[in-house]
Design a protein around this ligand. Structure first.
Ligand SMILES: [Zn+2]
Ligand SMILES: [Zn+2]
Ligand SMILES: [Zn+2]
Length: 342
């Protein structure tokens, strides 16, 4: 069944050879001197005030992210609506409204015992689970005299890490020998533990010191690995996480962001909207396979613009690219973009 937007499928999906050619072209462009270095990273960390992808609430010193199509966080948007949203008072509101702190600052740094490679729990001592356990026991033993945390820290030995999280979209440290970070561990549980990966009972006490000695048991390891490939990353404010994507899709999105920034800088694209799009097409090889008929309006808008910019790259004759020119649709005509031939 052909949907209403099938005419918007601007490019055919590539076959294997075409896919390699397209990746080669995009890789050259992305590594070229005209590309924005910020957008080269696989995890793009957008500064709050970025002119195009900036995500901060416009209220002075507010740390929260803008919400939806507004340039205010949800709370400040509601406050403004309840005060009538008068345009004339906007500047005054931005200056005088009470700034709000971040609410979801999940701490994922290392344990504070010198050299310890395990993740700290998100509480005030910032110790890993094992050191936290030891600290509690030590302070309970010394209940008469106050145990000095710094002195205690100096006597502790560090523990080796459990490696990096097995979810392809994640680089956080694993929280246990199962191989998932705390966030993905929770999601794995919520998903009903596909593939049935589990640790031997009592591992925490019996083998905790040497993670390599602990064998994870699976009902079906393939199913577990597939879950790991498809799991979305933890949503972090101001971050566009492209880890775990097919290399062509990843390059297409980087190029799409760059083209948007060049051509349409007045339209703000919030990282959270880009991330939602990324998560929607995680299983695809190329953005050209994206189903424009069955997605949100926001995702469709972003994808259509990205596909336009890719079309320009893909259909431009190679001589034109080699001469250092790319025709950017009909918007700006031919613009010199690269100082050296690709
Ligand atoms: Zn705000
Ligand atoms: Zn520790
Ligand atoms: Zn993870």
């Amino acid at each position: 069944m052909t949907g209403a937007h099938s005419g918007l499928r601007l490019l055919a999906e590539p076959d294997g050879r075409e896919s390699r050619d397209r990746l080669e072209i995009l890789t050259a462009l992305i590594n070229g001197p005209g590309f924005d270095p910020l957008l080269r990273a696989d995890v793009i960390k957008v500064p709050t005030e970025h002119p195009v992808f900036g995500w901060g609430c416009r209220v002075s010193r507010c740390q929260r992210s803008a919400h939806g199509t507004s340039d205010l966080c949800d709370t400040h948007r509601q406050q403004r609506v309840s005060r009538g949203g008068d345009e004339a008072e906007r500047a005054e509101f931005l200056r005088t409204a009470e700034p709000l702190p971040l609410t979801t600052a999940a701490f994922t740094g290392p344990c504070r015992v010198s050299g310890c490679e395990r993740l700290a729990l998100g509480h005030r001592y910032r110790l890993c689970a094992r050191h936290d356990n030891r600290w509690r026991k030590a302070s309970a033993r010394e209940h008469d005299t106050e145990l000095d945390l710094d002195e205690w820290l100096a006597t502790e030995v560090p523990y080796p890490s459990f490696g990096v999280c097995s979810a392809a979209s994640c680089r956080d440290g694993a929280g246990s020998p199962l191989g998932l970070c705390p966030n993905h561990d929770q999601r794995y549980e919520r998903a009903g533990r596909p593939g049935g990966a589990e640790l031997p009972g009592g591992w925490f006490h019996s083998h905790e010191r040497d993670p390599s000695s602990i064998a994870v048991r699976y009902r079906d390891e393939k199913v577990f690995r597939q879950w790991c490939r498809e799991a979305d990353p933890l949503l972090r404010i101001g971050e566009i996480n492209l880890l775990g994507l097919h290399p062509l899709l990843r390059a297409e999105i980087k190029w799409g962001l760059f083209a948007h920034q060049r051509q349409n800088p007045r339209t703000r694209w919030l990282p959270v909207d880009v991330q939602n799009l990324v998560n929607n097409c995680r299983a695809m090889d190329s953005l050209t396979g994206f189903d424009l008929d069955n997605c949100s309006r926001r995702a469709r808008g972003l994808t259509k613009e990205m596909l336009q910019s890719l079309r320009v790259v893909y259909v431009t004759p190679s001589q034109t690219r080699e001469a250092g020119y790319l025709e950017f649709g009909s918007l700006r005509g031919r613009i010199p973009r690269f100082q050296q031939p690709l």
